[in-house]
Ligand binder design. Structure first.
Ligand SMILES: [Zn+2]
Length: 306
């Protein structure tokens, strides 16, 4: 039994407006199939699909204001409503108070304490670790949860060894922006196959990308469409290689942003959660808000809640 959780930062369910919403125009046959043949929009209802469910998920969590990454991710990871505990949304990086809440308990810690294997499958370049060590940058809530469970973040060595998946899916960023001219690159389909293979090797594989949120803040629209179409190709490859009986794929987000191009800010839209696999109902049955994801992960593995 294993879970692959694909976290796409900053994607919400927005208006059916081809001028502002990349989800309204991009060619996304696989993503649409995962929503029962529908586009991922504000009007798309909870839907049972061929292999699972599409569930619009509340990221507002009962607190006014625009949802943010630190509190949204912390909620996904802990199963606690972090914005309610804090009285506000906060981000992008977690404060000491949010870090303490994450360190108390989270899905990575819980699985590791039961002798299970869990990993954040994205590789980080040396400059990332350097900045972290020198206090020049803070870990995200997701990175902090991984570190709190004494799980090592993957390095470029893991990427070269085919043991990690780049946040841009194809690995082009390693050659284009990081100067690794001989870094491996993958087609979207190959990246999907790799993800399926790596997910079968451990209990929880967590893939996270910030690119979707970045495209929401900065655009341009055409790049947002392109990245969604690339993600669609990855999902097609992933589904080709996926073991529906023994594995569960979850796709979700922390808040809206990318689905409303132009204003550069997060939205208050619900986020899509897609669940794929024979045990999908275990997840979908009690899924309403971001706080319901961690309990569902633990339910799937038959672990007790604290
Ligand atoms: Zn953002």
């Amino acid at each position: 039994m294993h879970i692959l959780l694909i976290f796409l930062d900053g994607i919400g369910l927005g208006e059916n407006d081809p001028a502002t919403n990349p989800f309204a125009v991009a060619k996304l046959p696989t993503l649409h199939a995962l929503a029962g043949g529908q586009r991922w929009l504000r009007t798309t209802p909870p839907t049972e699909t061929e292999h699972g469910f599409f569930v619009p998920t509340d990221a507002q969590l009962g607190i006014a204001g625009r949802p943010q990454s630190a509190t949204g991710q912390a909620t996904i990871l802990t199963g606690r409503n972090i914005p309610v505990i804090l009285g506000r949304h906060y981000g992008p990086k977690p404060t000491a108070e949010i870090r303490d809440l994450i360190a108390e308990d989270n899905i990575f810690k819980r699985l590791v304490s039961h002798g299970m294997r869990a990993t954040l499958i994205n590789p980080f370049p040396p400059a990332f670790f350097e900045r972290l060590e020198r206090g020049k940058s803070l870990p995200s809530s997701i990175q902090y949860a991984v570190l709190s469970a004494d799980i090592k973040l993957l390095t470029e060595a893991a990427y070269y060894a085919g043991q990690a998946v780049s946040p841009d899916w194809t690995g082009e960023g390693w050659t284009q922006f990081l100067g690794y001219t001989d870094a491996p690159t993958y087609s979207p389909q190959e990246a999907g196959h790799l993800l399926a293979k790596l997910a079968a090797e451990r209990h929880l594989t967590f893939f996270s990308t910030w690119i979707t949120d970045e495209l929401g803040h900065r655009g341009p629209f055409a790049h947002a469409v392109q990245f969604l179409e690339r993600t669609d190709g990855v999902m097609a490859g992933l589904l080709e290689a996926w073991d529906m009986q023994n594995g569960l794929i979850i796709v979700t987000s922390d808040h809206g942003n990318m689905e409303r191009q132009g204003d550069r800010r997060h939205t208050e839209n619900p986020v899509p959660t897609v669940i794929v696999g024979a045990a999908a109902h275990v997840f979908a049955d009690q899924l309403t808000t971001l706080a319901d994801i961690a309990p569902a992960v633990l339910r799937y593995f038959n672990l007790n809640l604290a």
